[in-house]
Design a binder for this molecule. Structure first.
Ligand code: KIV
Length: 289
């Protein structure tokens, strides 16, 4: 199934804010890091729907249509079963709901690992069908050739090292990475390889803090931490995690709200009103004129 959408990102029809800002660009974000220093950290959150993008857009530099949508939206056990069709549909929705942040769409497992040509075919589909500005893919040294291939052909790429959730079957779980010297060295080498290949940023996930700091110092491009360090050049979280939509979240998540409780309370009151026949009331019903 192909999901082609008419993009309407030039107008604010789907957006409650009256004056659309000019969208940030990948080169502008890349240039935030000058000689190893990022004066203004990059703010990134995941977004999967148009309405969510509308609410996050003004506050974020980057919106990531993460393949974490597999678990968060679809209730899948991991991101492994996520398809390119899912990413295209949600990517297009997020682009339609935003006008300021750079939108990057995750390449799902199986859509880029086979060859640089496979990666280009699928990344270009995401750019064409969603209007996103770039893609993110997991893996380090093994993906460097692919990253260079994409960047040289007009596809901006964010790399992703450390805890790489698509590799859960190889890693055996979602535990933090880099606890022994060999693994730590490999994570740094992976990140350096992606930087040299032309990635415009690298997500560093679930690593012991000194590795996130070392990688941030070693890379010319910005690092974006998630379970990394406050010294990374930016931070990303899964929005539903930081909003308190789930009971269990990883240790690195700070809960900024308890939206799950707010929803549950509201629905309980609605259910009580329906059962008591106190909803709909006079304000919510059409009366004869
Ligand atoms: O899929 C995702 O949401 C991600 C971020 C957590 C970095 O890759």
């Amino acid at each position: 199934m192909s999901t082609t959408f008419q993009l309407d990102t030039a107008t604010s029809r789907a957006n409650p804010t009256p004056a659309p800002m000019k969208r940030l660009t990948v080169p502008a974000l890349r240039k935030r890091k000058v000689d190893g220093v990022t004066a203004e950290p990059i703010v990134m959150l995941t977004a999967y729907t148009a309405r969510q993008a509308q609410l996050l857009d003004a506050h974020c530099d980057l919106l990531l249509v993460g393949d974490s949508l597999g678990q968060v939206i679809y209730g899948l056990p991991s991101s492994v079963p996520v398809t390119l069709d899912m990413m295209a549909a949600h990517g297009a929705a997020v682009v339609r709901g935003s006008y300021h942040a750079v939108v990057v769409v995750d390449m799902p497992f199986g859509s880029y690992e086979q060859s640089p040509a496979q990666a280009f075919a699928n990344a270009s589909r995401l750019l064409k069908e969603t209007g996103c500005a770039g893609v993110k893919l997991e893996g380090g040294e093994a993906m460097a050739e692919t990253v260079a291939f994409l960047v040289q052909r007009g596809v901006p790429v964010i790399g992703h090292v450390g805890l790489t959730p698509q590799a859960v079957n190889v890693l055996g779980g979602y535990n933090s990475r880099g606890r022994d010297a060999a693994e730590a060295k490999k994570i740094v080498a992976d990140a350096v390889a992606l930087d040299r290949a032309g990635a415009f940023a690298v997500v560093v996930e679930g690593v012991v803090e000194p590795i996130a700091v070392e990688v941030t110092r070693a890379l010319a491009c910005p690092t974006i931490g998630i379970g990394g360090s406050a010294q990374c050049d930016g931070q990303v979280l899964v929005t539903e995690d930081m909003l308190g939509m789930f009971e269990r979240v990883p240790r690195f998540v700070k809960r900024y709200a308890e939206v799950g409780e707010v929803i549950s309370d509201a629905v309980a009151r609605y259910a009580a009103d329906v059962r008591a026949r106190t909803f709909p009331g006079i304000e919510q019903t059409y009366q004869p004129r």
